[in-house]
Design a protein around this ligand. Sequence first.
Ligand SMILES: *Cc1c(COP(=O)(O)O)cnc(C)c1O
Length: 403
Amino acid sequence: MKPIYFDNHATTQLDPRVLQAMLPYFTEHFGNAASRNHAYGWEAEEAVEKSRRQIASLIGANAKEIVFTSGATESNNLAIKGVAEMYAEKGNHIITAATEHKAVLDTCKHLEKKGCRVTYLPVMGDGRIDLDMLRGAITDQTILISIMYANNEIGVVQPVAEIGKIAKERGVLFHTDAVQAVGKIPVNVIADQVDLLSVTAHKMYGPKGVGALYVRRKSPRVQLTAQMDGGGHERGMRSGTLNVPGIVGLGEACAIAQAEMPEESQRLRGMRDRLRARLEATLDEVFINGSMEHRLPHNLNMSFAYVEGESLLMGIDDIAVSSGSACTSATLEPSYVLKALGLGDDMAHTSIRFGLGRFNTEAEIDYVADKMIAVVTKLRELSPLYEMVKEGIDLSKVQWTAH
Ligand SMILES: *Cc1c(COP(=O)(O)O)cnc(C)c1O
């Protein structure tokens, strides 16, 4: 038996309806969307344009503003490097946050080597950025603010509309990595005053290896330096023959998400809150990481004090989750996102990210709650520290002696 899947921030299962929509584009409708002279090309192009409208509709954009990519890593690279190169004469300063995905942070680090200046804003204890700090960081050299919509570890939703407003007032472009938010909570590029927005299909029940970048066309008309040279596809911003089946899948995933979001998010929130309530009712010394108020409905990230992280993961090996210590699984580095919130290494190492999704059931929630309670309780029975805390000893006042 494979473990129960609770890792929907890492990737999601392809929705069977998405697969059905994609299948004909591997076989009979195999045309190249750039072929202008025959029906094979036209039907591929038609399918691509339908997908563009489906994505645009979900985020309040115009279909012409959608650029297809291979996923959000590429979308983030194209947005940030594309702006840095195109607007180099205007300035060289970029503002981002310490809790961004590596696809943003490593892109910024690359640009620092090329002469850009990057401000990595810290976050507050709840995982959100401080808007006054953002205002204070903007200079006359600032060309781009890149702040994610919702975080992939803690599910914390940033004050995106406020950031958009600040960016607009100061004449700075605003990019948001919205991978975890699009299709899960309402996202609107007009209301949020976003100029560039990254999405990927595989985090919303679509296929891997396809994504999109929204690029605003009006007030302002955003220009990007292409990072891929070739046939001039996608208004010259991203050359390369389009992945038609993947693009069809992304569009269908967006259409399903748009139709089902109100019901689905309510169902997932209910299950998430049930999991949290059950854990907190039985276990003490458990802590929620990040704001509960500004949070995706399907995310729960909790630290379980006085258990050893590796033992905890081994104890729940029939549940597929991520932990704050296994992120860079080769090394035992604690999560940089949790550290940015102010967690110590101990609490980061004992954190678990529960990422619920469309295909999880209420019965699975109860199974996971029971299993977590049993394993944490058992591990704490073996913990001398937990025993001391239960005896009322203040661990911070203990004089530890080394032997
Ligand atoms: C998964 C993820 C990415 C990377 O997307 P890919 O399509 O896998 O390249 C970027 N940002 C966030 C927040 C993610 O969760």
